[in-house]
Design a protein around this ligand. Structure first.
Ligand code: HEC
Ligand code: HEC
Ligand code: HEC
Length: 139
């Protein structure tokens, strides 16, 4: 009876140890993920962004919303901030899109931060065959 309970105790300890190891691994994984947004692919050869990466990460929602207002409500033309330009630089090399695949620029980050992106029902998120990279028009 004593022997059996000692065995039982050892088995429980082993199980606890396995649990603790799993828990540590999970904690490390969660901390690593919380450390920052996913790595998004950028293509510097297509040209520089409207601002540095940190500014873009912080300000792109405001930039887009303000420009939308200026264009749609105030009728401004030839804007510097245009979704088509974002797409031309940020579309994936294979998908030609910022939203088609899970790894595409806008979608990868937005899925991760769980912020819905309701722009590409109307706006083109994928380059058409007629579209050109800004740095290589007519190619
Ligand atoms: C001419 C090309 C070009 C255009 C146009 C452009 N980008 Fe960029 N974008 C880049 C490049 C290159 C980087 C990487 C810059 C760096 O790492 O310093 C970048 C970085 C970013 C980042 C930060 C990504 C990260 O986490 O590292 C965001 C967000 C972003 N762009 C959003 C936009 C949006 C929104 C638009 C349209 C309003 C836009 N970009 C237009 C080329 C462009
Ligand atoms: C590196 C991560 C990242 C990338 C890449 C990124 N976004 Fe965002 N975006 C965010 C985060 C985080 C928010 C919410 C934060 C906030 O509202 O300030 C946001 C908010 C937005 C909003 C406002 C949403 C709303 O409901 O008001 C728009 C519009 C937007 N992003 C468009 C884009 C577009 C278009 C692209 C691709 C060209 C893009 N984002 C790429 C992280 C990203
Ligand atoms: C119901 C359709 C619709 C939706 C959804 C929509 N837009 Fe637009 N957007 C338009 C139209 C139409 C224009 C005006 C185009 C023009 O006059 O050239 C426009 C213009 C813009 C412009 C001005 C410059 C440009 O890119 O052409 C911006 C910036 C913009 N929208 C951002 C957004 C963002 C960001 C979202 C998502 C949060 C969004 N829009 C969702 C229809 C839409």
């Amino acid at each position: 009876m004593v022997a059996r309970s000692r065995w039982h105790h050892a088995a429980l300890l082993r199980r606890w140890r396995a649990w603790l190891v799993t828990l540590c691994a999970l904690t490390i994984a969660v901390v690593a993920l919380a450390g920052g947004p996913p790595q998004v692919t950028v293509y510097p050869e297509r040209g520089p962004c409207l601002a540095d990466a940190a500014t873009m990460r912080r300000d792109h929602p405001k930039m887009l919303h303000e420009q939308k207002h200026r264009t749609v409500v105030l009728g401004e033309r030839g804007a510097r901030v245009q979704l088509a330009q974002c797409v031309s630089c940020h579309a994936g090399a294979q998908s030609h899109s910022v939203v088609a695949s899970e790894r595409d620029f806008c979608r990868a980050c937005h899925d991760y931060v769980a912020v819905k992106l309701d722009c590409f029902h109307c706006h083109q998120g994928t380059l058409g065959t007629q579209s050109a990279w800004r740095s290589g028009e007519g190619r």
